[in-house]
Design a protein around this ligand. Structure first.
Ligand SMILES: [Zn+2]
Ligand SMILES: [Zn+2]
Length: 303
């Protein structure tokens, strides 16, 4: 299961009732944050999710509305009692920016490890997630993120019993290890069901709908994607500022055949994003206009 909360939905500036765009996900009790603008720690506190289990921060790019909240958040996590390291991932240039931000948060009870990524890179995320990233198209280097959670094959106890496998060996077989004992030997294939599909979630912001993105985002269970502009008439602005309209976000979701779409990163000028929901839903019926605190629990699909 992956739990996700959209802590904020704004672009450029935090507003009353609209924090800056960022996504927090939880897998097996471990947390990963995507972007951290000014005020993210307040939005986080409002969500009720604790800070201590934060293991990774993935930065889309280094514009202030996506990183300026990092020093304060690191203090909030320290205050919650964390001592284990935190990994920060971001595009080329992130290490310098995080180092500069750490000038105002130099003393922490845990280590902060920064890794710069390039499109196509894969990296581990907390709770057993596999992260990967792809380059977007913005004024600065930007990364789109995707996280996949594999699901192990089901253990079939009736088969293990029929083969006479002592119960002490079941856990090893479940973990994919062959076992042998005085009266026989068994491989995992003999007692495990067929492969099962996993879960995936993606976070894409501050980019034009770059050509590589549909394939990169293929079939994700939830796509959280920017739609800075609601009106189709703002397409020239979206092109100029390297953002997307709602219709473009929905087209990306449709092209990638995702299951659900949450639109986020609204321009401060966009007072009522819901008024433009039709522009997204005409293209992709499962489009939802994000709002601060929007939460979902994604279960593994039924077999
Ligand atoms: Zn932004
Ligand atoms: Zn930006």
């Amino acid at each position: 299961m992956i739990d996700a909360v959209l802590l904020g939905t704004g672009g450029m500036l935090p507003l009353p009732n609209r924090w800056l765009s960022c996504l927090l996900i939880r897998v097996n009790g471990h947390l990963t944050l995507f972007d951290c603008g000014e005020g993210t720690q307040i939005a986080w506190r409002e969500s009720g999710w604790g800070f201590r289990r934060l293991g990774s921060i993935c930065i889309s790019h280094t514009h202030a509305d996506h990183v300026a909240g990092i020093p304060g958040l690191l203090h909030a996590v320290a205050n919650a009692g964390r001592t284990e390291p935190i990994s920060v991932y971001g595009p080329v240039g992130s290490a310098d920016v995080v180092r500069a931000l750490r000038a105002i948060a130099p003393v922490l009870p845990y280590e902060v490890r920064v890794t710069e990524l390039r499109g196509g890179d894969r990296f581990p995320l907390p709770g057993g997630l596999t992260g990967c990233c792809e380059s977007g198209d913005h004024a600065l280097p930007v990364l789109a993120y995707r996280c996949d959670l594999q699901r192990g094959r089901a253990f079939l106890p009736e088969r293990a019993r029929a083969l006479g496998v002592p119960i002490d060996f079941w856990r090893a077989l479940q973990a994919g290890e062959p076992v042998s004992w005085d009266r026989g030997q068994v491989t995992p294939d003999e007692v495990l069901g067929p492969p099962r599909s996993g879960l995936s979630i993606a976070y894409v912001t501050d980019t034009r709908p770059a050509p590589k993105l549909p394939q990169f985002l293929k079939d994700v269970d939830l796509l959280v994607c920017e739609g800075t502009y609601g009106s189709d008439e703002d397409l020239p602005k979206a092109v100029r500022n390297r953002h997307m309209t709602f219709r473009e976000a929905a087209t990306l979701a449709q092209d990638a055949a995702v299951s659900r779409l949450w639109i986020t990163h609204f321009s401060p000028a966009l007072e009522d994003p819901d008024a433009f929901a039709g522009n997204a839903r005409n293209v992709f019926a499962q489009a939802a206009i994000g709002h601060d605190g929007l939460t979902i629990g994604l279960p593994f699909p039924e077999e």
